[in-house]
Design a protein around this ligand. Structure first.
Ligand code: FAD
Length: 304
């Protein structure tokens, strides 16, 4: 670890964790060890680490809530970043139409929903994010959402950290499950603009959505949500079912019996079990229908 001496001269020891097991930081609970996990205590530390990565031509590797990430069995070489939960630095600025909520990127999405629901705020418009696990930074990077809406339609500005410093950006372009975050940038804070509206209707929407999730998704088993994005005009789950892979198991990973586009960890699965299942689903669907399935889940680290 040639970078370690330099790192120790830049940030405090409490921000550095060596040989950190990473499976616990992902919702599917698989994957190896990070050589060096860094949890910056503030933006100054973060910018210093980004500078070090830049000078040493090391890749930026970042995990948010790990709800859409699979980490390789061989672990993560170099530096992996994970932001802290910063709900103590949030702000809600009310105006005549609604409010601007500013919130740290390492904060869980659930905090945004809680702020929206608070009676004195009386805000609406982000109901579709209820039930999506992960952090605010991950929701922006992934443009998380459902058929009822997408995260970035509610975002007015995003604060980005690079090796040059920190700054707010507006008008970032986005598409289905993707936001164009400039290379080597980390989302550090996000401003959401939400209107004031009918709280009872908003709560009802969220309850309905959560009940639908419970009945259709394998939420009691470790998973990372949808494995593949839906091809235009198609459903990835239906295509996987069509090629008889619903419930198919490799090692301790399974294409869920409840929803074929979800992989569950039955206990002690390896990342390789998961990626082998993904490869199998992709090749069977391609051979049978000609349709290419594209993973929604992000890979981090080294895979066998
Ligand atoms: C039960 C379940 C249900 C789900 N339902 C949905 C759903 O309905 N809709 C949906 O869209 N998704 C869904 N997901 C997937 C997941 O919740 C979302 O993609 C979520 O936005 C991921 O956030 P995260 O913080 O966990 O991101 P991670 O998985 O940690 O990271 C995802 C990507 O974002 C990048 N990233 C994370 N933080 C930052 C940052 N601060 N700056 C720059 N890049 C960053 C990572 O490098 C990675 O490329 C579901 C997942 C589960 C487990």
């Amino acid at each position: 670890m040639t970078f370690l001496k330099e790192l120790r001269s830049l940030i405090s020891e409490q921000e550095i964790s060596l040989a950190e097991p990473m499976a616990k930081f992902t919702s599917i609970r698989v994957g190896g060890i990070a050589e060096c996990l860094i949890r910056p205590i503030n933006s100054d530390s973060l910018v210093k680490v980004l500078g070090l990565l830049n000078r040493n031509q090391m890749a930026l590797q970042i995990v948010g809530g790990g709800a859409n990430t699979i980490i390789g069995d061989e672990g993560i070489a170099g530096i992996c970043l994970k932001l802290k939960n910063e709900s103590n630095t949030e702000s809600v600025e009310l105006d005549s139409a609604g409010a601007t909520i500013e919130i740290g990127a390492g904060t869980p999405i659930t905090r945004l929903i809680a702020l929206m629901k608070m009676e004195h705020n009386s805000l609406v418009g982000a109901e579709f994010l209820a039930g999506i696990p992960g952090t605010i930074g991950g929701a922006v990077a992934m443009n998380a959402g459902t058929k009822n809406g997408e995260c970035m339609t509610r975002v007015s500005e995003v604060e980005l950290a690079t090796s040059d410093g920190i700054g707010w950006v507006s008008g970032m372009s986005f598409r289905y499950r993707h936001t164009d975050i400039p290379k080597n940038s980390v989302v550090t804070r996000v401003r959401f603009k939400l209107p004031r509206g009918n709280q009872a209707e908003s709560k009802e929407k969220m309850e309905k959505d959560l009940a639908y999730r419970k009945s259709t998704q394998p939420l009691t088993q470790p998973n990372f949500g949808s494995v593949f994005t839906n091809p235009p005009g198609q459903f990835a789950g239906a295509l996987i079912e069509q090629v008889n892979l619903k419930g198919h198991r490799i090692g301790n990973a399974q294409l869920s019996t409840k929803h074929a586009n979800w992989i569950v960890n039955l206990g002690g699965a390896l990342a390789k079990d998961v990626t082998d299942l993904m490869d199998l689903a992709q090749s069977r669907v391609k051979d049978s229908t000609g349709i290419e399935l594209h993973p929604e889940v992000k890979r981090l680290g080294q895979f066998k």
